[in-house]
Design a protein around this ligand. Structure first.
Ligand SMILES: [Zn+2]
Length: 255
């Protein structure tokens, strides 16, 4: 496979990068990526993925746009209040890059055949903001061995972690967070700093693209850094990282 002339022009600033090149851009074009949650993270994540030339993007969200979303959910405008997030986002994203095949699912992941959906997905990006949904996505990705990039943001604190479940020693979301007390906070009860979603969303999109590049060219150094938990503090502008390990007693991925 090669890129068309139009693709060469559109993705020129990627193709000229040593780490991407034509081969990397083709890997983006062939990739099938799923974004769950089209809120504060899902908006910038999907915009960067579509602009970058991800060939097949599926977005899932069952919510409608609310006025209080507009502070940070940058795909939507005042006229969209009351409209489906998934369908509105699909329209905007299609305008941004008509070369991408975008599918919107205006439904909860609990009401669809999620395992079947995952059977045709390379990477899942968890952009949701409830522990129940995160736990479910993690379980299903462990089961199907689909790679997962998970991010979240609350007040001024962001976190990002990714897992390659094709590797038997990979930890999972549950390994890390089951031991930690999970605050029952979300953006609607605790607030969130608007640009933090942009920072974390861009990091999540970059992580996904790095994974696809590492997969497409094994000779490249692996700069995906799986099994690391990144914590970003928007107030102090600091980023910390910690390595995370599989918990052999994990109720989700342990043997
Ligand atoms: Zn686990």
């Amino acid at each position: 496979m090669s890129l068309t002339d139009q693709e060469f022009m559109r993705y020129n600033r990627h193709v000229m990068l040593d780490k991407v090149g034509e081969q990397g851009q083709i890997a983006f074009k062939q990739a099938k990526v799923l974004v769950v949650g089209m809120g504060g993270l899902g908006c910038p994540v999907s915009q960067y993925l579509v602009a970058s030339g991800i060939g097949h993007l599926t977005i899932v969200d069952h919510d409608v746009v609310e006025l209080s979303n507009l502070q940070r959910q940058i795909l939507y405008s005042a006229n969209d209040v009351g409209q489906s997030k998934a369908l509105t986002a699909m329209q905007r994203l299609s305008t941004l890059n008509p070369l991408c095949n975008i599918r919107a699912i205006n439904d909860s992941i609990f009401d669809i055949d999620f395992i079947k959906l995952l059977s045709d997905i390379d990477v899942v990006l968890d952009c949701t903001d409830s522990l129940k949904t995160r736990t479910f996505i993690n379980e299903q990705c462990v089961k199907t061995k689909v790679a997962l990039v998970s991010a979240s943001a609350i007040q001024g604190a962001g976190q990002l972690v990714s897992f390659d479940f094709s590797k038997s020693d990979s930890p999972c979301y549950q390994c890390i967070f089951s031991a930690m007390a999970q605050p029952k906070l979300n953006c609607s009860t605790a607030g969130v700093f608007s640009p933090l979603l942009g920072v974390m969303g861009a990091m999540q999109a970059a992580h996904c693209l790095n994974m696809l590049l590492a997969e497409s060219d094994k000779s490249l150094p692996d700069f995906t850094r799986h099994n690391r938990l990144y914590l970003f503090d928007a107030w102090g502008n600091t980023l910390n990282q910690f390595s995370v390990k599989k918990d052999p007693e994990c109720s989700c991925c342990g043997v």
